[in-house]
Design a protein around this ligand. Structure first.
Ligand SMILES: [Mg+2]
Length: 357
Protein backbone atom coordinates (compact mmCIF):
# COMPACT_ATOMS: atom_id res chain seq x y z
CA UNK A 1 0.00 0.00 0.00
CA UNK A 2 1.42 3.42 -0.95
CA UNK A 3 2.34 5.97 1.69
CA UNK A 4 1.54 9.68 1.77
CA UNK A 5 4.76 11.55 1.04
CA UNK A 6 3.58 15.12 0.70
CA UNK A 7 0.66 17.44 1.44
CA UNK A 8 0.94 20.82 -0.23
CA UNK A 9 -1.34 23.84 -0.27
CA UNK A 10 -1.25 26.92 -2.46
CA UNK A 11 -3.47 29.95 -2.80
CA UNK A 12 -5.17 30.61 -6.14
CA UNK A 13 -6.80 33.93 -7.01
CA UNK A 14 -9.37 34.22 -9.80
CA UNK A 15 -11.28 37.37 -10.71
CA UNK A 16 -15.06 37.17 -10.61
CA UNK A 17 -17.10 38.19 -13.70
CA UNK A 18 -18.27 41.63 -12.54
CA UNK A 19 -18.90 41.68 -8.80
CA UNK A 20 -20.48 38.94 -6.68
CA UNK A 21 -22.72 40.76 -4.22
CA UNK A 22 -24.86 39.25 -1.46
CA UNK A 23 -26.55 40.69 1.65
CA UNK A 24 -23.38 40.95 3.73
CA UNK A 25 -20.43 40.84 1.34
CA UNK A 26 -19.00 41.80 -2.02
CA UNK A 27 -16.35 39.79 -3.87
CA UNK A 28 -14.28 40.81 -6.89
CA UNK A 29 -11.55 38.18 -6.61
CA UNK A 30 -12.18 34.61 -5.47
CA UNK A 31 -9.31 33.37 -3.28
CA UNK A 32 -9.19 29.66 -2.70
CA UNK A 33 -6.71 27.08 -1.54
CA UNK A 34 -5.68 24.11 -3.68
CA UNK A 35 -4.43 21.12 -1.69
CA UNK A 36 -2.43 18.31 -3.29
CA UNK A 37 -1.66 15.02 -1.56
CA UNK A 38 0.95 12.76 -3.15
CA UNK A 39 1.65 9.07 -2.51
CA UNK A 40 5.05 7.39 -2.89
CA UNK A 41 3.85 5.51 -6.00
CA UNK A 42 3.19 8.81 -7.80
CA UNK A 43 -0.59 8.77 -7.31
CA UNK A 44 -1.95 12.15 -6.21
CA UNK A 45 -5.19 13.64 -4.95
CA UNK A 46 -6.57 17.17 -5.10
CA UNK A 47 -8.88 19.14 -2.83
CA UNK A 48 -10.04 22.73 -2.61
CA UNK A 49 -10.75 24.95 0.37
CA UNK A 50 -12.97 27.98 -0.17
CA UNK A 51 -13.01 29.70 3.18
CA UNK A 52 -15.42 32.49 3.99
CA UNK A 53 -14.87 34.63 7.06
CA UNK A 54 -18.65 35.15 7.31
CA UNK A 55 -19.59 31.50 6.98
CA UNK A 56 -16.70 29.21 7.95
CA UNK A 57 -14.82 31.74 10.09
CA UNK A 58 -11.57 31.17 8.18
CA UNK A 59 -9.30 33.28 6.01
CA UNK A 60 -7.40 31.64 3.14
CA UNK A 61 -4.17 32.12 5.11
CA UNK A 62 -5.76 30.52 8.19
CA UNK A 63 -6.95 27.56 6.14
CA UNK A 64 -3.45 27.16 4.69
CA UNK A 65 -1.89 27.17 8.17
CA UNK A 66 -4.36 24.52 9.27
CA UNK A 67 -3.50 22.29 6.30
CA UNK A 68 0.21 22.68 7.10
CA UNK A 69 -0.43 21.87 10.76
CA UNK A 70 -2.36 18.68 9.96
CA UNK A 71 -0.04 17.54 7.16
CA UNK A 72 2.67 16.45 9.63
CA UNK A 73 0.31 13.80 11.00
CA UNK A 74 -0.67 12.57 7.52
CA UNK A 75 2.77 11.93 6.03
CA UNK A 76 3.73 8.27 6.27
CA UNK A 77 0.13 6.98 6.50
CA UNK A 78 -0.82 4.31 3.96
CA UNK A 79 -3.78 4.75 1.62
CA UNK A 80 -6.36 3.40 1.45
CA UNK A 81 -5.78 1.09 4.44
CA UNK A 82 -5.15 3.96 6.89
CA UNK A 83 -7.73 6.32 5.39
CA UNK A 84 -9.74 6.24 8.62
CA UNK A 85 -6.69 7.23 10.66
CA UNK A 86 -6.00 10.06 8.22
CA UNK A 87 -9.60 11.30 8.36
CA UNK A 88 -9.57 11.24 12.17
CA UNK A 89 -6.42 13.37 12.13
CA UNK A 90 -8.10 15.82 9.74
CA UNK A 91 -11.38 16.03 11.65
CA UNK A 92 -9.94 16.32 15.17
CA UNK A 93 -11.89 19.56 15.72
CA UNK A 94 -14.95 21.12 14.14
CA UNK A 95 -13.50 24.48 13.13
CA UNK A 96 -11.48 25.11 9.91
CA UNK A 97 -14.22 23.34 7.99
CA UNK A 98 -13.14 24.39 4.49
CA UNK A 99 -9.53 23.37 5.15
CA UNK A 100 -10.79 20.01 6.43
CA UNK A 101 -12.96 19.69 3.31
CA UNK A 102 -9.91 20.21 1.09
CA UNK A 103 -7.89 17.63 3.01
CA UNK A 104 -10.70 15.09 3.09
CA UNK A 105 -11.29 15.55 -0.65
CA UNK A 106 -7.60 15.14 -1.49
CA UNK A 107 -7.29 11.99 0.64
CA UNK A 108 -10.41 10.43 -0.90
CA UNK A 109 -9.31 11.44 -4.39
CA UNK A 110 -5.89 9.80 -3.89
CA UNK A 111 -7.43 6.66 -2.39
CA UNK A 112 -9.99 6.38 -5.19
CA UNK A 113 -7.34 6.89 -7.87
CA UNK A 114 -5.18 4.20 -6.31
CA UNK A 115 -8.17 1.84 -6.33
CA UNK A 116 -9.11 2.87 -9.88
CA UNK A 117 -12.65 3.96 -8.96
CA UNK A 118 -14.40 7.31 -9.23
CA UNK A 119 -15.02 9.31 -6.06
CA UNK A 120 -18.77 9.13 -6.71
CA UNK A 121 -18.56 5.32 -6.70
CA UNK A 122 -16.49 5.32 -3.50
CA UNK A 123 -19.24 7.45 -1.90
CA UNK A 124 -21.94 4.93 -2.87
CA UNK A 125 -23.33 6.68 -5.92
CA UNK A 126 -24.37 7.70 -8.41
CA UNK A 127 -28.04 7.76 -7.40
CA UNK A 128 -29.14 10.05 -10.28
CA UNK A 129 -28.69 10.05 -14.03
CA UNK A 130 -28.10 13.80 -14.19
CA UNK A 131 -28.16 16.86 -11.97
CA UNK A 132 -28.97 20.41 -13.05
CA UNK A 133 -27.65 23.52 -11.36
CA UNK A 134 -29.31 26.86 -10.97
CA UNK A 135 -27.45 30.06 -11.87
CA UNK A 136 -26.98 32.75 -9.26
CA UNK A 137 -27.81 36.40 -9.83
CA UNK A 138 -26.03 38.84 -7.52
CA UNK A 139 -27.88 41.31 -5.35
CA UNK A 140 -28.58 44.48 -7.35
CA UNK A 141 -31.41 46.74 -8.47
CA UNK A 142 -34.63 45.09 -9.70
CA UNK A 143 -33.88 46.34 -13.22
CA UNK A 144 -30.32 45.01 -13.31
CA UNK A 145 -31.34 41.64 -11.83
CA UNK A 146 -34.11 41.33 -14.43
CA UNK A 147 -31.61 42.14 -17.20
CA UNK A 148 -29.21 39.44 -16.03
CA UNK A 149 -32.04 36.93 -15.59
CA UNK A 150 -33.13 37.47 -19.18
CA UNK A 151 -29.57 36.99 -20.38
CA UNK A 152 -29.15 33.68 -18.50
CA UNK A 153 -32.52 32.37 -19.67
CA UNK A 154 -31.48 33.30 -23.21
CA UNK A 155 -28.40 31.13 -22.70
CA UNK A 156 -30.57 28.16 -21.69
CA UNK A 157 -30.66 28.30 -17.88
CA UNK A 158 -34.03 27.19 -16.51
CA UNK A 159 -33.45 27.71 -12.78
CA UNK A 160 -32.45 31.08 -11.30
CA UNK A 161 -31.22 31.73 -7.78
CA UNK A 162 -31.72 35.35 -6.82
CA UNK A 163 -29.61 36.90 -4.09
CA UNK A 164 -31.81 39.13 -1.95
CA UNK A 165 -30.67 41.43 0.83
CA UNK A 166 -33.49 43.54 2.16
CA UNK A 167 -35.40 45.60 2.78
CA UNK A 168 -38.12 43.01 2.23
CA UNK A 169 -40.33 45.33 0.15
CA UNK A 170 -37.43 45.99 -2.28
CA UNK A 171 -36.70 42.25 -2.39
CA UNK A 172 -40.28 41.55 -3.49
CA UNK A 173 -39.79 44.16 -6.24
CA UNK A 174 -36.56 42.42 -7.30
CA UNK A 175 -38.36 39.09 -7.66
CA UNK A 176 -41.34 40.71 -9.41
CA UNK A 177 -39.03 42.38 -11.95
CA UNK A 178 -37.28 39.09 -12.69
CA UNK A 179 -40.55 37.15 -12.97
CA UNK A 180 -41.95 39.72 -15.39
CA UNK A 181 -38.76 39.54 -17.48
CA UNK A 182 -38.46 35.75 -17.73
CA UNK A 183 -42.09 34.55 -17.65
CA UNK A 184 -43.69 31.72 -15.72
CA UNK A 185 -41.78 28.71 -17.07
CA UNK A 186 -38.48 29.62 -15.37
CA UNK A 187 -37.94 28.29 -11.86
CA UNK A 188 -36.96 30.97 -9.33
CA UNK A 189 -35.45 30.35 -5.91
CA UNK A 190 -34.23 33.09 -3.59
CA UNK A 191 -31.44 33.35 -1.02
CA UNK A 192 -31.94 36.08 1.56
CA UNK A 193 -28.63 35.45 3.37
CA UNK A 194 -30.20 36.26 6.78
CA UNK A 195 -31.29 39.78 5.81
CA UNK A 196 -34.89 39.70 7.07
CA UNK A 197 -36.42 39.81 10.52
CA UNK A 198 -39.05 37.18 11.25
CA UNK A 199 -41.70 39.87 10.83
CA UNK A 200 -40.39 40.85 7.39
CA UNK A 201 -40.19 37.18 6.38
CA UNK A 202 -43.79 36.55 7.44
CA UNK A 203 -44.84 39.52 5.31
CA UNK A 204 -42.67 38.77 2.26
CA UNK A 205 -42.88 35.00 1.80
CA UNK A 206 -46.61 34.89 0.82
CA UNK A 207 -45.86 37.58 -1.79
CA UNK A 208 -42.96 35.53 -3.15
CA UNK A 209 -45.26 32.52 -3.27
CA UNK A 210 -47.66 34.48 -5.50
CA UNK A 211 -44.68 35.18 -7.77
CA UNK A 212 -44.02 31.44 -8.04
CA UNK A 213 -40.84 31.28 -5.96
CA UNK A 214 -39.98 27.61 -5.34
CA UNK A 215 -37.59 27.94 -2.37
CA UNK A 216 -36.63 30.55 0.22
CA UNK A 217 -33.12 30.08 1.59
CA UNK A 218 -31.96 31.44 4.96
CA UNK A 219 -34.47 34.30 5.24
CA UNK A 220 -33.64 35.11 8.86
CA UNK A 221 -30.50 35.29 11.05
CA UNK A 222 -28.45 32.11 11.35
CA UNK A 223 -28.81 31.89 15.13
CA UNK A 224 -32.63 31.97 15.05
CA UNK A 225 -33.76 28.36 14.61
CA UNK A 226 -37.19 29.36 15.95
CA UNK A 227 -37.56 31.77 13.01
CA UNK A 228 -36.93 28.97 10.51
CA UNK A 229 -39.28 26.70 12.42
CA UNK A 230 -42.08 29.29 12.44
CA UNK A 231 -41.62 30.03 8.74
CA UNK A 232 -41.55 26.43 7.62
CA UNK A 233 -44.72 25.76 9.64
CA UNK A 234 -46.59 28.77 8.24
CA UNK A 235 -45.34 28.73 4.65
CA UNK A 236 -46.12 26.40 1.78
CA UNK A 237 -42.93 27.53 0.00
CA UNK A 238 -40.09 25.27 1.21
CA UNK A 239 -37.68 26.99 3.62
CA UNK A 240 -33.97 26.11 3.46
CA UNK A 241 -31.27 26.54 6.09
CA UNK A 242 -27.79 27.52 4.91
CA UNK A 243 -25.91 29.65 7.46
CA UNK A 244 -27.97 27.88 10.18
CA UNK A 245 -26.78 24.50 8.87
CA UNK A 246 -23.00 24.54 9.00
CA UNK A 247 -21.95 21.42 10.85
CA UNK A 248 -23.33 17.91 10.94
CA UNK A 249 -24.45 18.74 14.50
CA UNK A 250 -26.45 21.74 13.20
CA UNK A 251 -28.13 19.51 10.63
CA UNK A 252 -28.97 16.85 13.20
CA UNK A 253 -30.55 19.56 15.40
CA UNK A 254 -32.56 21.17 12.57
CA UNK A 255 -33.75 17.84 11.24
CA UNK A 256 -34.71 16.48 14.66
CA UNK A 257 -36.82 19.61 15.29
CA UNK A 258 -38.17 19.53 11.73
CA UNK A 259 -37.31 23.23 11.71
CA UNK A 260 -36.74 23.39 7.94
CA UNK A 261 -37.87 21.69 4.74
CA UNK A 262 -34.42 21.76 3.11
CA UNK A 263 -30.80 21.86 4.27
CA UNK A 264 -28.14 23.43 2.07
CA UNK A 265 -25.02 21.26 2.29
CA UNK A 266 -21.69 22.76 1.24
CA UNK A 267 -18.39 20.91 1.48
CA UNK A 268 -16.71 24.04 2.87
CA UNK A 269 -19.11 24.07 5.84
CA UNK A 270 -19.51 20.37 6.52
CA UNK A 271 -15.86 19.33 6.04
CA UNK A 272 -15.76 17.22 2.88
CA UNK A 273 -17.63 14.84 0.56
CA UNK A 274 -17.90 11.99 3.05
CA UNK A 275 -19.31 14.31 5.73
CA UNK A 276 -21.70 15.73 3.12
CA UNK A 277 -23.10 12.34 2.12
CA UNK A 278 -23.54 11.51 5.82
CA UNK A 279 -25.39 14.80 6.40
CA UNK A 280 -27.69 14.05 3.46
CA UNK A 281 -28.47 10.64 4.96
CA UNK A 282 -29.38 12.32 8.28
CA UNK A 283 -31.67 14.78 6.46
CA UNK A 284 -33.26 12.04 4.39
CA UNK A 285 -33.99 9.99 7.52
CA UNK A 286 -36.50 12.66 8.59
CA UNK A 287 -37.80 13.50 5.14
CA UNK A 288 -35.85 16.76 4.88
CA UNK A 289 -34.74 17.59 1.34
CA UNK A 290 -31.14 18.23 0.40
CA UNK A 291 -29.66 21.11 -1.53
CA UNK A 292 -26.02 21.24 -2.59
CA UNK A 293 -24.44 24.66 -2.56
CA UNK A 294 -20.97 26.12 -3.01
CA UNK A 295 -18.72 29.02 -2.21
CA UNK A 296 -16.89 31.02 -4.91
CA UNK A 297 -14.74 28.02 -5.79
CA UNK A 298 -13.18 26.52 -8.90
CA UNK A 299 -14.26 23.42 -10.82
CA UNK A 300 -12.06 21.37 -8.47
CA UNK A 301 -14.26 22.03 -5.42
CA UNK A 302 -17.34 21.70 -7.60
CA UNK A 303 -16.20 18.29 -8.90
CA UNK A 304 -15.97 17.08 -5.30
CA UNK A 305 -19.36 18.62 -4.45
CA UNK A 306 -21.00 17.19 -7.57
CA UNK A 307 -19.57 13.73 -6.77
CA UNK A 308 -21.11 13.97 -3.29
CA UNK A 309 -24.38 15.37 -4.64
CA UNK A 310 -24.72 12.44 -7.08
CA UNK A 311 -24.23 10.09 -4.10
CA UNK A 312 -26.59 11.90 -1.69
CA UNK A 313 -30.09 10.82 -0.78
CA UNK A 314 -33.03 13.24 -1.13
CA UNK A 315 -31.20 15.59 -3.49
CA UNK A 316 -33.75 18.17 -4.60
CA UNK A 317 -31.88 21.41 -5.35
CA UNK A 318 -28.45 21.95 -6.91
CA UNK A 319 -26.62 25.26 -6.69
CA UNK A 320 -23.15 24.37 -7.98
CA UNK A 321 -22.55 27.22 -10.37
CA UNK A 322 -19.50 29.12 -9.08
CA UNK A 323 -17.11 28.22 -11.96
CA UNK A 324 -19.63 29.89 -14.29
CA UNK A 325 -19.26 33.10 -12.28
CA UNK A 326 -15.43 33.20 -12.50
CA UNK A 327 -13.38 34.76 -15.28
CA UNK A 328 -11.05 31.80 -15.77
CA UNK A 329 -10.83 28.09 -15.02
CA UNK A 330 -7.44 26.65 -13.96
CA UNK A 331 -8.70 23.05 -13.65
CA UNK A 332 -7.95 20.34 -16.22
CA UNK A 333 -10.36 17.38 -16.17
CA UNK A 334 -13.12 16.93 -13.61
CA UNK A 335 -16.80 17.74 -13.86
CA UNK A 336 -18.06 19.40 -17.03
CA UNK A 337 -20.97 21.73 -17.57
CA UNK A 338 -23.29 20.85 -20.40
CA UNK A 339 -25.39 23.99 -20.14
CA UNK A 340 -26.71 23.70 -16.59
CA UNK A 341 -26.15 19.93 -16.36
CA UNK A 342 -23.17 18.65 -14.39
CA UNK A 343 -21.44 15.66 -15.98
CA UNK A 344 -18.86 13.73 -13.98
CA UNK A 345 -15.66 12.50 -15.56
CA UNK A 346 -15.32 8.75 -16.15
CA UNK A 347 -11.76 8.77 -14.78
CA UNK A 348 -10.79 7.55 -11.30
CA UNK A 349 -11.07 9.82 -8.26
CA UNK A 350 -12.23 13.30 -9.18
CA UNK A 351 -10.86 12.85 -12.69
CA UNK A 352 -8.76 15.99 -12.30
CA UNK A 353 -5.59 15.93 -14.42
CA UNK A 354 -4.00 19.07 -13.05
CA UNK A 355 -4.32 22.62 -11.85
CA UNK A 356 -2.66 25.39 -13.82
CA UNK A 357 -0.65 27.91 -11.86
MG1 LIG B 1 -26.98 30.57 0.82
Amino acid sequence: MPKIVSVEARVVEIPVKGVFRIAYSETRIARTLIVRVELDNGVYGFGEASPSLHVTGETVEGAKSFVELVSDGLRGLRLPEELNVALRRVHFLDTFSSARAALETALLDAAARHLGVRLVDLLGGPLYTEIETDITISLSTPKEMARQAEEYVGRGFRILKLKLGGPASLDVERVRAVREAVGDSVRIRVDVNQAWSLREALWAIPKLEELGVELVEQPTPAWCLECLETLSKTSTVPIAADESAKTLRDIVRLVARKAVDVVNIKLAKIGGPLQAVTAARVAASEGVEVMYGCMLETRLGITAAASAAYASQNLAYVDLDSPLLLQSDPIRGGVEYQGALLRLSGKPGLGIDGVES
